[in-house]
Design a protein around this ligand. Structure first.
Ligand SMILES: [Zn+2]
Length: 285
């Protein structure tokens, strides 16, 4: 007979996280790839925060180089079924409840999936954009990504595609296949299409950053879930919280860049501990 493996720290972590949230009525929450991991979308980074992907798309390269766009769209086309079929996991559902209860007043995500929305949230701030639409860089027209998938499929019936999925909806496929991949253009003007996501080297919407800074200043605490915060785009919010004397809680199974400045660090998977925390908070005397 096998016995269940019980993490001896889990109960202590649950107590500490529940206490942190009990003491805060207005929490700003930032979620990262670790939140979507249990939905089958792999994370960018290992537990040490190291980069896992080999084919990072650079913003400037995407704008300037056809080969980069071809590589992006070939991999994006391959990864789309996994991305579009992913379902929210218990972490997303617990976070929806915490927003509904008023505990979380602002929810920001670094994820480009729509799993928070699928779990019932309507006001999610996407720091790095999301994959629902693409935009023409010439005329500004938008097209649903799901429609573009059909167009890409029609253009590429000559290819046999198979690969492994990356978190931004990319897949790992051979250079030969990428070279043969035909990319789609704007239906109105034939211009270059770009997904509404922030690539590396791209700029996060400055107005969004300012609004998040403001929300942190008004909040009781900042809570980061499932991110190593290795990128400055997310880490800056921890710096801002620190500057304004707001406590910072981190929930991540591995290292994060904000570990030295955190008030509380919990090393647990989000989809396990969040439902338990919600249950505790709902049953507090
Ligand atoms: Zn156009």
């Amino acid at each position: 007979m096998t016995r269940p493996i019980i993490d001896p720290h889990f109960g202590i972590d649950l107590d500490r996280l529940t206490a942190f949230l009990s003491a805060s009525d207005q929490v700003v929450c930032l979620t990262g790839a670790g939140c979507s991991l249990a939905s089958g979308i792999p994370t960018y980074r290992t537990e040490n925060g190291d980069w896992q992907g080999r084919n990072t798309i650079n913003h400037q390269d995407f704008l300037e180089a056809f080969e980069t766009r071809q590589r992006y769209w070939a991999r994006s086309f391959m990864g789309w079924p996994l991305m579009s079929n992913a379902q929210p996991n218990p972490a997303h559902r617990a976070l929806t409840e915490l927003v509904t209860l008023g505990k979380i007043k602002t929810l920001i995500t670094q994820n480009v999936d729509s799993l928070h929305e699928q779990a019932g949230l309507t006001d999610v701030q996407h720091l790095h954009g999301d994959l629902t639409e693409v935009t023409c860089l010439v005329c500004g027209a938008s097209e649903p990504r799901i429609q573009l998938q059909t167009r890409l499929a029609d253009l590429n019936t000559h290819l046999e595609l198979d690969g492994e999925i990356k978190p931004d909806g990319d897949a790992e496929i051979s250079p030969e296949v990428i070279q043969q991949f035909k990319i789609a253009h704007c239906l109105l003007c034939g211009g270059t299409l770009k997904p509404n996501v922030v690539f590396f080297g791209g700029r996060v919407n400055p107005a969004l950053v300012q609004s998040i800074y403001h929300a942190i200043e008004q909040a009781d605490a900042l809570w980061v879930i499932g991110s190593s915060l290795k990128l400055f785009s997310g880490y800056r919010f921890c710096r801002h919280a620190l500057a304004f004397g707001k406590p910072i809680a981190l929930l991540n199974p591995g290292w994060t860049r904000a570990d030295p400045i955190a008030t509380l660090k919990i090393v647990q998977p989000a989809e396990i501990i969040l439902p338990a925390v919600l249950d505790r908070l709902a049953n507090l005397p």
